[in-house]
Design a binder for this molecule. Structure first.
Ligand code: AMP
Length: 422
């Protein structure tokens, strides 16, 4: 069942092209060579005012094409001033997202000689300093590492003419507000600012009112809206049924699958368990080095790993086309993360599927998600798992058992939620 939303489609399906939005002909050529012909809603709404130099607040979830929505105007501004009168600064929450945005900037900017530098933790400071000395036109980085460079005086932001805050709500969730405030103190007041966020919590509204000039607000869907071409399903399971159900689903769905966990220490056990049944998988979370995360993501993109197991920290940065299925092995801590997690499937107009595992006492969490997304997550009857129950994930299977108190008093609770929903 596909839940249709009343809001605008993810992709504009009119005869709209990138022509007529004010994009310079040479940039139009590059966009067309990259195979993009129809702007997405956020691109259609944001590109023209951004090219005019206006401040922009873009309310858009991931997967809506927002990188090009700010990337095209940024490159056009740099080319307009001859590339030497100001630089672009893109601040975003995760390393993966930084690398991904850099890839897009390079694709558009390379033929114009635009240079970029990526400033992220886990990578060599020295190499970054060398690249900064090369006078890049665009600096892309996470708040912590940008601050490190400012503190060591290896980076000056006094000539930033365009500032982009991408996934601002996520940066706040991750506790980067103080770093962002510091960066805002050292960039010139005379600049263009574009802020993109899936949701608009108070902290971000404050930034917008203090640090932006009459911003144009472009919104493609209500904050908290999930991509509309996604089919949602919910299984009510006991803890020890999660892994058997996962195996069963991976037999049923043959494509690439992204699995979300709430905590990173379970990722290894799940990967090992899947490898044990012949399913190639990789893990991506904050305990992995930058190199390992890159390798996992690349391997997933190339099909070397069929399954990628991730935590929410890593979820924002994963831009992989054609993910057939997202599995919420654990429900997310915050309902907003549900939106971000499933933004990985059904991207750019394709149909996707999101399956969530819910413990019987997590009814409240499901209702929070349903309230935010205004969706109904239909409960699907649990299939027969007897053939899959035999093999534990690991020798100890400890995380499943430890966290699951098999007390009788909770038993009633466990099923009351499911009953209510039928
Ligand atoms: P983003 O939200 O910027 O991460 O983009 C999500 C995905 O949509 C990326 O894989 C882009 O390559 C793709 N995309 C962006 N703009 C367009 C477009 N105008 N037409 C088709 N695909 C697009």
């Amino acid at each position: 069942m596909i839940h249709k939303q009343a809001e605008k489609p993810l992709l504009n399906e009119t005869e709209m092209t990138f022509g007529g939005l004010g994009i310079a002909p040479k940039i139009l050529d590059v966009i067309s060579k990259l195979g993009f012909s129809v702007p997405t809603s956020i691109q259609h709404k944001a590109i023209t005012p951004a090219i005019e130099g206006k401040d922009i607040i873009g309310i858009a979830q991931t997967g809506t094409g927002k990188t090009l929505a700010f990337g095209i105007p940024l490159i056009q501004q740099i080319l307009k001033v001859g590339g030497r009168k100001g630089k672009g600064l893109i601040i975003l929450p995760t390393r993966e997202l930084a690398l991904q945005v850099d890839e897009v900037m390079q694709k558009i900017g390379r033929s114009f000689g635009i240079k970029t530098v990526v400033l992220i933790g886990g990578a060599s400071m020295y190499n970054q300093v060398c690249l900064i000395r090369n006078n890049p036109h665009i600096v892309i980085g996470t708040p912590g590492r940008i601050i490190d460079h400012i503190a060591q005086r290896t980076l000056s932001l006094s000539d930033v003419s365009v500032l982009i805050l991408d996934e601002a709500d996520r940066m706040f969730d991750m506790g980067f507000a103080p770093q962002i405030a510091k960066i805002l103190q050292v960039v010139p007041k005379e600049r263009q600012t574009m802020l993109f966020s899936a949701t608009m919590p108070d902290g971000i509204v404050k930034i917008a009112s203090h640090h932006m000039k009459l911003p144009v607000r472009v919104e493609i869907a209500r904050a908290g809206t999930t991509a509309e071409n996604i089919e949602h399903e919910l299984f009510v399971v006991k803890r020890d049924q999660k892994f058997p159900l996962l195996k069963k689903l991976l037999e049923e769905y043959k494509g690439s699958v992204l699995i979300f966990l709430r905590v990173k220490h379970n990722a290894r056990k799940i990967c090992d368990g899947l490898r044990g049944v012949g399913i190639s998988s990789a893990e991506i979370h904050s305990n992995r080095s930058l190199g390992q995360r890159k390798e996992a993501l690349e391997g997933f993109k190339l099909g070397r790993y069929r399954v990628l197991v991730a935590t929410d920290i890593a979820s924002r940065g994963i831009d992989v086309k054609g993910i057939e299925l997202v599995i919420n092995y654990d429900l997310p801590e915050n309902p907003e993360d549900y939106v971000h997690r499933i933004g990985r499937t059904g991207r750019a107009g394709m149909t996707g599927k999101a399956i969530s595992f819910c413990l019987p006492d997590q009814g409240d969490k499901v209702r929070e998600i349903e309230r935010l997304t205004r969706l109904y997550l239909p409960i699907v009857k649990l299939p027969d798992l007897s053939a899959h129950m035999g093999k534990p994930i690991s020798a100890s299977n400890s995380f499943e058992r430890n966290n699951y108190p098999p007390r009788r008093s909770r038993q009633t609770n466990r099923f009351s939620y499911a009953k209510k929903r039928y």
